[in-house]
Design a protein around this ligand. Structure first.
Ligand code: GLV
Length: 330
């Protein structure tokens, strides 16, 4: 009987996926929250045939080069900017990822942030908890006024599955929808999205929601110049990757009143440093990278990531491979 492949997993995962993986591999799981850290990961991956990782694990070219046995990498994430795909490809290693299963949960979170920013919910809650809701201010006509979604324009940057799922929500709220993507998406047009130039989306939208992957072409896509094009009372929502927005420029735009507000689930540096000026700004809603954080979605991501890994180890095509040219070459 041939030896079972060795797999290193950088975290315990919700649901039963790791149990199933353990039946078909010699599975070693990092036992603690936070992941193993770069040195332990490098040491463990050197012995592994398969690596099951998260978006917080840096899988770069030196790590891949130091892993002679590695035949498959699978990330429990839709984003793969933490993995050097070219280096994996050059070593003939397919990289699995988990699109699709987290679309609705991430679109829900983008929508929750948009509503929270539009109606100033965190600000209102802070005000109430602070004891500011006193009898004299029981119902003031101008207290904590927010923005209306109905009839407003939503700009969607990136019209992939999540961008389209956000468009579906916007439609239900009676919004006009403009969208920009690097390529045309007929399904977005069917959802009532008018696809147009990025400059126009930025100039006309009351709310701008970001849904592009982080890649060389999208890094700092929303820089100072792009932010300056937005309406002065517009709100920026980012549930994609922090690196798509120039955070320093965003802080500057928010501070100077050139932008109405922001609702952010992702940051250039995560966790968000406690010294971040974003923490001081009242017109910013913050969440700690929770886009896919529902019980159902995280279990589905684990299932798909394990399925991808087993396929890679067994020489079958992965359900979702981020560097499919590797599989085509086989
Ligand atoms: C979350 O950000 C993911 O990439 O899955």
């Amino acid at each position: 009987m041939s030896e079972l492949p060795r797999v290193y997993a950088t975290r315990h995962l919700p649901g039963g996926a790791l149990g199933r993986l353990g039946e078909r591999t010699r599975l070693d799981v990092w036992p603690e929250p936070g992941g193993p850290g770069p040195e332990v990961l490098a040491r463990a991956a050197r012995e592994a045939d398969g690596l099951l990782c998260l978006l917080t694990d840096r899988v770069d070219a030196p790590l891949i080069a130091a892993c002679p046995r590695l035949r498959a990498i699978s990330s429990v994430s839709v984003g793969v900017d933490h993995i050097d795909l070219a280096a994996a490809g050059a070593s003939g290693i397919p990289v699995g990822y988990t699109p699709g299963v987290l679309t609705e949960a991430t679109a829900d979170l983008a929508w929750a942030l948009l509503l929270a920013a539009a109606r100033r919910i965190p600000e209102a809650e802070r005000w109430l908890r602070d004891g500011s809701w006193i009898p004299k201010l029981r119902w003031e006509p101008d207290l904590l006024l927010g923005r209306e979604l109905h009839g407003a324009t939503l700009g969607i940057i990136g019209l992939g599955a999540i961008g389209c799922a956000v468009a579906r929500r916007a439609r239900g709220f009676g919004m006009r929808i403009l969208g920009w993507s690097r390529s045309l998406h007929p399904e977005a047009s069917e959802l009532g999205v008018e696809q147009t130039r990025l400059e126009r989306v930025l100039a006309e939208a009351d709310f701008v929601s970001v849904h592009v992957a982080l890649a060389a072409e999208t890094r700092s896509l929303l820089d100072a110049g792009a932010l300056a094009r937005m309406k002065p009372d517009a709100v920026l929502i980012n549930t994609a990757r922090g690196g798509v927005v120039d955070e320093r420029a965003l802080v500057e735009a928010l501070r100077s009143g050139r932008l109405g507000g922001a609702a952010l689930d992702v940051f250039e540096e995560e966790p968000l440093p406690t010294s971040s000026p974003l923490l001081e700004l009242p017109n910013v809603v913050l969440a700690p990278h929770l886009g896919s954080a529902t019980f159902e979605t995280r279990a589905r991501m684990a299932d798909l990531a394990v399925e991808n890994l087993l396929a890679g180890l067994e020489g079958r095509p992965m359900a979702h491979c981020a560097n499919p040219e590797v599989e085509e070459r086989r």
